[in-house]
Design a protein. Structure first.
Length: 523
């Protein structure tokens, strides 16, 4: 290292303050040294650091600095997991089905793994403990608990959420699953009724049109340089190709709309798609193995979601049915609706098999199970006794060590509605009225008070099954400051809070956003 590059701690404070245009303290510099973010060099008993290394750190961490200016210095950037790629946060079974509002597996690991961070002062759980997630969602806590050798119970009011969670952690005969899936794909290929001449001609004309008017390189370059207004240009070309599309629909007598009966499926799916979905669902009903049947339902649901009659940019939040070709803001070209599930079924069944095999290689010999029920009053012992007696005995002898969960954020999501298509197709019972803090219940004063009461009831009920010295971790965006009252009402105290930046949000709004992990214990 070049000696001329070395500066003392005091010089580093002054340089960093000037460079970042904010007050950098000795604590800030010591933090960087302590966590090996920059190297310290000792010469003649004096600590030096590299100015170049310090500059690289601040250049790299400008995002952290900006976010802390907006959200506060108490932001725990370590919990941003900004070093991870999407492939890490959606690893193996975590991506077998889309789900709004789930946390990333690394966040679970940080709090339940006894060896995840050498600088973490406390260990909250250890191998073979039992953890509860009373708002199980898509089962992230259960999956990570298995990976870490910890037993876990999940509870969810949604029947379909329970199926998603259990499909991820159930022991499935993957060889048998592959055989059944191959049989299903053969039957689907033989059944598909969409007119291939129509599809071929539509795809051919669409390809020619997009190559002519939406060249991948020059079109985006012209948008960046403001030579083209994509909204105006896209709308013009959308209308132009729509004439071609309408002529093909008439030529091949393709049916685009259903007879309305008020169902989600009839509103959001083209008739040929519905026909294929019903065909596959009837085949699935004949499968004897419950675990295999459920994982195949999850694959079909994932397929179904991608085949809704909407634009690619509106898949997350449906706006209105689209059964024509359209200018796609996501792909910068003219896109078309789907007329068959075949392509996505093939893609997702292969992807699911691959993810299940990956998770199997990491699986530990511990127990995890999600049960459908209301966490405010469910008798966990009694329900578990009838489903998995061995797990019941383990729980009865040892009790639950704590909770890691993320309750619904008040007034943001209707959890049953996000999978309405699956409820319609499979005929699952819906428990919308029992959802806590749903979008439909709003964020009024009454809704907030009801939310406080409901979350408190969940915690009070959960305590019946936990050890005395439990640890509870709740991930929440508490912008209405409800959790102090929740803790009080549950006879608990908040012993610590961890404020984390949420960097990779599904929503289009990518502004600075944080959530709190509350650590609660008995009062």
């Amino acid at each position: 290292m070049n000696n001329s590059d070395l500066i003392t701690i005091n010089d580093a404070i002054k340089w960093a303050s000037d460079y970042t245009n904010k007050s950098v303290t000795i604590s800030n510099i010591n933090y960087l040294i302590q966590y090996a973010l920059i190297e310290k060099i000792i010469r003649n008993g004096i600590i030096y650091i590299s100015k170049n290394e310090l500059k690289k750190y601040y250049d790299k961490n400008k995002r952290e600095i900006n976010w802390k200016e907006k959200l506060g210095e108490d932001l725990n950037w370590k919990l941003s997991f900004d070093n991870l790629k999407e492939i890490d946060t959606t690893k193996h079974v975590h991506r077998i089905h889309p789900y709004k509002g789930k946390f990333i597996p690394q966040l679970v690991n940080y709090f339940i793994d006894d060896n995840v961070d050498e600088f973490k002062k406390e260990v909250y759980f250890k191998k073979d403990d039992i953890i509860l997630d009373p708002f199980c969602g898509s089962g992230t806590t259960l999956v990570q608990a298995n990976e870490l050798g910890i037993n876990a119970i999940g509870i969810d009011i949604s029947n379909f959420n329970t199926i998603i969670s259990n499909s991820k952690i159930s022991c499935i005969d993957l060889g048998k699953l592959e055989i059944i899936l191959k049989e299903l794909i053969e039957q689907l290929e033989n059944y598909v009724k969409i007119n291939y001449k129509f599809e071929f001609e539509l795809n051919e004309k669409l390809l020619d049109f997009n190559n002519k008017y939406f060249d991948k390189v020059s079109y985006k370059k012209n948008i960046r340089e403001n030579k083209i207004d994509s909204k105006i240009y896209g709308k013009e070309k959308e209308k132009e190709f729509l004439i071609v599309y309408d002529n093909l629909i008439k030529k091949y007598n393709i049916k685009l709309n259903n007879d309305e009966d008020g169902s989600f499926i009839k509103k959001w799916f083209i008739p040929s798609i519905i026909d294929e979905l019903n065909f596959m669902n009837n085949l699935i009903k004949n499968i004897d193995d419950k675990n295999i049947k459920n994982i195949i339902k999850v694959i079909l649901s994932r397929t179904m979601r991608s085949c809704r009659a909407t634009t690619h940019s509106d898949l997350g939040t449906l706006l209105k049915p689209v059964v024509t070709t359209y200018y796609c803001r996501k792909h910068y070209k003219i896109c078309k609706p789907l007329f068959s599930i075949l392509k996505w079924w093939k893609t997702y069944y292969k992807d699911t098999i691959k993810r299940l095999y990956t998770f199997n290689s990491l699986r530990t010999n511990t127990k995890q199970l999600c049960i459908t029920g209301d966490s405010r009053n469910i008798d966990i012992f009694n329900v578990l006794k009838n489903i998995d007696y061995d797990f019941y005995e383990l729980l009865n002898n040892r009790k639950i060590n704590g909770i890691f969960t993320s309750p619904p954020y008040i007034g943001l999501i209707d959890y049953h509605e996000q999978h309405a298509y699956a409820y319609d197709l499979f005929g699952f019972t819906r428990n919308d009225d029992l959802e806590i803090g749903s979008l439909s219940k709003g964020q009024s004063l009454n809704a907030k008070n009801k939310y406080i009461d409901d979350i408190s009831k969940v915690l009070i009920n959960s305590k019946k099954y936990m050890i005395d010295d439990y640890n509870i971790f709740i991930v929440a965006n508490d912008k209405y400051n409800l959790y102090t009252k929740i803790a009080e009402k549950s006879n608990m105290k908040i012993v610590n809070t961890f404020k984390r930046p949420v960097l990779n949000r599904v929503e289009k709004d990518q502004s600075e956003y944080s959530e709190i992990i509350f650590h609660l214990k008995e009062l």
